[in-house]
Design a protein around this ligand. Structure first.
Ligand code: ZN
Ligand code: ZN
Length: 760
């Protein structure tokens, strides 16, 4: 092929990969292979009707590059893909169009899959999973039943967040500033019987085990903040002229002498009895203080009541100013003041002693408090996994016998929730009636379905054994593939999806579904990619008309150009705007690589400079891929290509190194060139090259010259110069002659290859 024709090349190789199942991950023990495993996971997408957008490939291509490199390094790589396909958009689409969600989902998946294949992603398509497939959600339901059996799933009447438009109960995290995260409508509180999962029982382990994993610090911080563990005390404040008392939770009991009022949350049982005359008694000094109700105190945090210390808390201070309440300072420079017998004590010590003193009087106790709440696991919708529970008037709630799983979603015509917000399933009368699994009398099925987290909590386990009919996954396969070595996904999923899936994993580990040697953490390493914005840095959206369809780019420029561009556009974890100029730059680069093939000869006529550049590039690309620095890896490949362009003739040896290094980024182009020029094998499984450490050393260094600690000059010198030689060179520079002029050098500070400082 003379001209670079990406379309033809890409179609050819994609067909071949599909036909030959090139990127199949081999299960043990049948493989008999001694290759070490490597499990790379990207978050599986929600197959919406809009198709893939250019943000998806960023994560997929990035981790595809890693997968392709690992294969070359001799790993048995598992890099799977699937569909997280239950959820609201498809249901809303069904309500609008009457097209059954099963049909719409199938169509959407086909579009997504075709788009992903056109990007040349090396997924093992044999392991494709779909959360809406009954053979998959059978196990999602099975997990729920195990949770129920262990007392970790229970039904409770809960004030839930109710979206007035979606007509659905929302989890706390789906409510942002009192409006629904999905639709922006008002959220109100509503009492509803809900299935709850007792994630709080795992709070401490979810916190402690963060020490075992390699997550970015800000991700760990996000998990910790969500769990919100704080050590403190519950202190009892009696109410004047009443038998009632209020328990407050505080982490700063040393400030109690500065407490000038109490605040109850609106949901507190005593809130309705509070009036302007209500007075509480501070147990440390018997001072009478007013009581308020305000929504800056949360019902579900701590005891739903706080002791307000405006001298030491900003929100209390704001409130105190607004209501002209006294502000007393009781801690100065970490020592207590105006605090009775505790005056003069260090605050940390006082914190303990005040609790102890009040405990003896029966007015306080030490407690640990968590922000984490049990997890509301019911949704009053249609397009979700049916909760596999039966309610019998005589026997209560019972799980559906495991042999009867999956409980399939019944086919209905009207997917709208009922007026009171009950699930559309409540209308499927013939489906609801069922014999009680215990007493045999007529009973009713649960009509709520699971939230969209349910299927994504454990999907990475199913990839290890996607077709198993008897078990969630074969323990032997789990033991081989798990834990996930590297998991990449959006920053927006680093709190809850990670927390929930870690919880479910720990639970499955506890009950022996996950073999013990794997450990109780599912993901060894987690990274996140940045978003792609529209041109000019505006968020892409349909309404703004600036959404870029990756298929159009592939059609016009080719998948390899798109891949190289998206990896070169900026640091992987940063949010970056789309830029057509950059796309054209990536195209020019691949065309250059293509044209270089005409200079490949058998001569070993490359100069020493090229040899050095080749080895430096190997080092750079090898290390940069491992730290997801794809942009700088591509820069170094560009440097190499520019160097090669200066040569009359390039050896096959060096050119093939370039192809192997570039192969993970531009797999089609490099495979085509390999086929044309190299005698043996294929590029994708050619061994990753090694660099010669001697050749990658820089021979020149940039040396800083200082006078009295101030930088006065920078010079290039040979590496490894002695102090004497460095001094000689430094003092001969024109600038230094000017600075030193006539002054006596009192001292010299010398750091080899880095700096020389003259003290004058
Ligand atoms: Zn809503
Ligand atoms: Zn019964």
């Amino acid at each position: 092929m003379k001209e670079y024709n990406p379309k033809k090349i890409e179609e050819k190789w994609q067909k071949k990969w599909e036909k030959e199942n090139t990127f199949k991950a081999v299960d043990p023990p049948a493989s008999g292979s001694k290759k070490p495993k490597y499990y790379i996971l990207v978050e599986f997408p929600y197959p919406s009707g809009d198709g893939l957008h250019v943000g998806h490939p960023r994560s997929y291509v990035g981790l595809d590059i890693l997968a392709r490199k690992k294969r070359k390094e001799g790993f048995n790589v598992l890099f799977p893909m699937g569909w997280d396909s239950f959820g609201l958009p498809t249901e809303n689409y069904a309500i609008k169009t009457g097209i059954h969600p099963v049909v719409a989902t199938k169509e959407n998946i086909e579009v997504f899959k075709d788009q992903e294949k056109k990007l040349g992603l090396s997924f093992d398509w044999d392991r494709e999973i779909n959360t809406t497939d009954p053979s998959y959600y059978k196990w999602t339901q099975w997990i729920f039943i195990q949770l129920f059996k262990k007392g970790l799933a229970y039904k409770a009447k809960m004030p839930i967040n109710w979206c007035t438009s979606c007509k659905i109960g929302l989890a706390n995290e789906e409510v942002v500033n009192d409006v629904c995260e999905r639709c922006g409508s008002k959220v109100v509180e509503k009492e509803k019987e809900q299935w709850m999962l007792k994630i709080t029982e795992y709070a401490d382990r979810l916190l402690k085990d963060l020490d075992k994993v390699d997550y970015p610090e800000r991700v760990k911080a996000g998990q910790k903040e969500w769990i919100g563990r704080s050590e403190g005390a519950e202190i009892e404040f009696k109410i004047q002229d009443s038998d009632n008392s209020v328990l407050v939770f505080t982490t700063r009991s040393e400030t109690i002498f500065g407490c000038t009022y109490l605040v109850l949350s609106p949901g507190h049982p005593l809130a309705k009895d509070v009036n302007p005359k209500t007075r509480a008694i501070n147990p440390v000094n018997n001072k009478k203080i007013p009581v308020f109700v305000a929504d800056y105190v949360l019902t579900e945090y701590g005891t739903g009541a706080i002791m307000a210390v405006p001298g030491h808390d900003q929100r209390d201070l704001d409130f105190a100013k607004e209501h002209s309440l006294p502000v007393i300072e009781v801690v100065k420079k970490d020592v207590l003041v105006d605090s009775g017998n505790f005056t003069g004590m260090k605050s940390e010590k006082a914190r303990e002693e005040i609790i102890e003193w009040l405990s003896k009087k029966g007015r306080a106790k030490k407690t640990i408090n968590y922000k984490l709440r049990d997890w509301i696991f019911s949704r009053q919708r249609y397009w979700g996994e049916p909760i596999p529970m039966v309610n019998c008037k005589k026997c209560g709630w019972l799980p559906v016998p495991e042999k009867d799983l999956p409980v399939e979603l019944p086919k209905i015509k009207d997917y709208k929730p009922g007026k009171e917000g009950e699930s559309a399933l409540a209308k499927a009368k013939s489906w609801i009636g069922v014999d009680c699994p215990k007493c045999g009398f007529r009973a009713k099925r649960e009509t709520d379905v699971m939230p969209n987290w349910a299927g994504s909590n454990w999907y990475f386990l199913r990839y290890c054994d996607p077709n198993n009919k008897k078990k969630l996954a074969d323990p032997k396969k789990l033991e081989y593939w798990m834990p996930v070595d590297w998991y990449n996904g959006g920053m927006e999923h680093t709190t809850l999806h990670l927390l929930y899936s870690r919880f479910i994993f720990k639970f499955l580990w506890d009950i022996g579904v996950i073999p013990k040697p794997i450990g109780s953490e599912p993901y060894k390493k987690r990274t996140s990619h940045g978003m792609i914005l529209g041109e000019g840095g505006i968020k892409m959206s349909k309404s703004k008309g600036n959404v870029i369809n990756p298929n159009k780019i592939v059609e016009e420029y080719g998948a390899d150009v798109l891949r190289v561009y998206e990896m070169f556009m900026g640091p992987f974890e940063q949010t970056i705007p789309w830029d057509v100029k950059g796309l054209k730059g990536a195209q020019r680069f691949l065309k250059k690589v293509w044209r270089l093939k005409d200079r490949v000869g058998n001569e070993i006529g490359d100069g020493r400079d090229l040899e050095k550049t080749v080895h430096q590039t190997i080092k750079k690309v090898t290390e940069d891929i491992e730290s997801l620095k794809f942009n700088t890896a591509i820069s170094s490949l560009m440097v190499l290509v520019n160097e090669m362009e200066k040569q009359k003739e390039i050896s096959m040896n060096y050119y093939s190194v370039l192809l192997i290094l570039l192969n993970p980024f531009a797999p089609h182009t490099t495979e085509e060139l390999w086929e044309e020029l190299c005698d043996d094998g294929l590029c994708w499984n050619s061994e990753w090259p090694k660099y010669n450490p001697k050749l990658v050393k820089e021979e020149k260094v940039s040396l800083i010259i200082q006078v009295n600690g101030k930088v006065r000059d920078k010079i290039e010198t040979d590496i490894g110069l002695s102090e004497v030689k460095t001094k000689k060179i430094a003092l001969s520079s024109d600038k230094m002659i000017k600075y030193i002029k006539g002054n006596k050098i009192k001292n010299i500070i010398f750091v080899k290859d880095r700096l020389i400082n003259f003290v004058i």
